[in-house]
Unconditional design. Sequence first.
Length: 462
Amino acid sequence: MMSIYTVDVFSGSADSIVTDSHAQGVIIKATQGTGYVNPKCNHQWDLAGQNGKLRGLYHYAGGGDPVAEAQYFLNNIRNYIGKAVLAVDWEKNQNSAWGNTNWVRKFVDEVHRQTNIWALIYVSESAISQVANCANDCGLWVAKYASMDWKSWTIPNISVSSGAFSAITGWQFTGGDMDRSIFYLDETGWNKLANPTSSTPNRPSSGTDTKPQPDIPVVKPDDSGSYIQGIVLQYGYDSVSGIWGAGYSYDNGAHFFVTDTIYGRKYRQEDADRLWPYLKKYIGGTSGTVTGSIKWADILDKPDVVTVDYLNQRLSSIAQSGQISSLDWSQITNKPDVATKDDLKKIQTTPGNPGKDGKSAYEIAVEHGFTGSEDDWLKSLHGKDGTSSGGDKGNNGLSIEAISDLIRQHLKARLDVKSGNLVVDVNSISDGSIADAVATKVAKQMQLQLENGNLVLQIGGV
């Protein structure tokens, strides 16, 4: 039986694997899930063609909606359908649907519905049962290695099961340094897998492929402009690059230009020039508030700002006039009366040590020569009893000694510890007599202070 040796590659594969002389075919990873496209797919496809290889493309199952993943796969390889053997890679890694026995069935059914091609199924020998319901329609590409250290094109002498499939279409027998496979068919069989309805050979006759033109009907425009939406939002193949995506046609379908691609949105100046005649009437009718360019003066509620040019001019004029050569705190006039950080640092936040108790008036009297007990000292402060005014004898008034004794009864001297001053406390409570009331009032007006070491008495601030 004839056989074909192949390698399968992904974005991380070296070009030397694609061009390896042992392989007659190259199977290239195209997509994964519904959000990844191999960025080197086109390069690897062209490189394989330049080296006369038979080619295939595979989709790595992500485990999402199988129909959506099949559509994503086909939308991104549309240029190569009929030229490449198609395959789905069913593995556990990065596959959220692993173990689902209907996922691959739904995927291959959608591929067949759109292309009339039954995709090969790549799966490890131990998981063939997960795809057994595809055995009557699809070819089996089974993976089984003698060891991961097997790095030879020599086929290992091990048995490989086909499970529910009647035969093995392809066997991947190494996966260490590169993925090597053998397919048990000839070039004609390979081409039949790629395009069951055509006898056109899949092996390229030249180094590059001619990109197919988009199949977009030419629509004659009418006055309503209703055709524009369909052409602007339609999916198709770019007339220049051949890439699939959403785009537009400026000549009603004769040429198609893709702007939304798997690599992001792409626009050119000519895109704007060509689209503007069709879009300006819609843009002009959307709003009556803004036409043409927007002027700064027309914008409401602008912030109070100055332009950069004005600021530079102002700074330049100040510098030229010499108004400000340097500026520091000492140059500023009319500064507010504020405290500095250094002032705040000087404030003591903890209380000081408590002061010592001051001496009593008795102790001070002893220091000044008084002899006797504290009771004797207290008795000495009590003056002689005053004489009665007699009421009807005007010449028998209070004597100076009597007033002085009364005054002394209302005074108590002590030394203020904090200030060091001699303080006289006044007892303002009177016994109700006229003499005592007079003595109380006089006592309140008395002030004692030391001058040149002498105790001076002042009454009423005189």
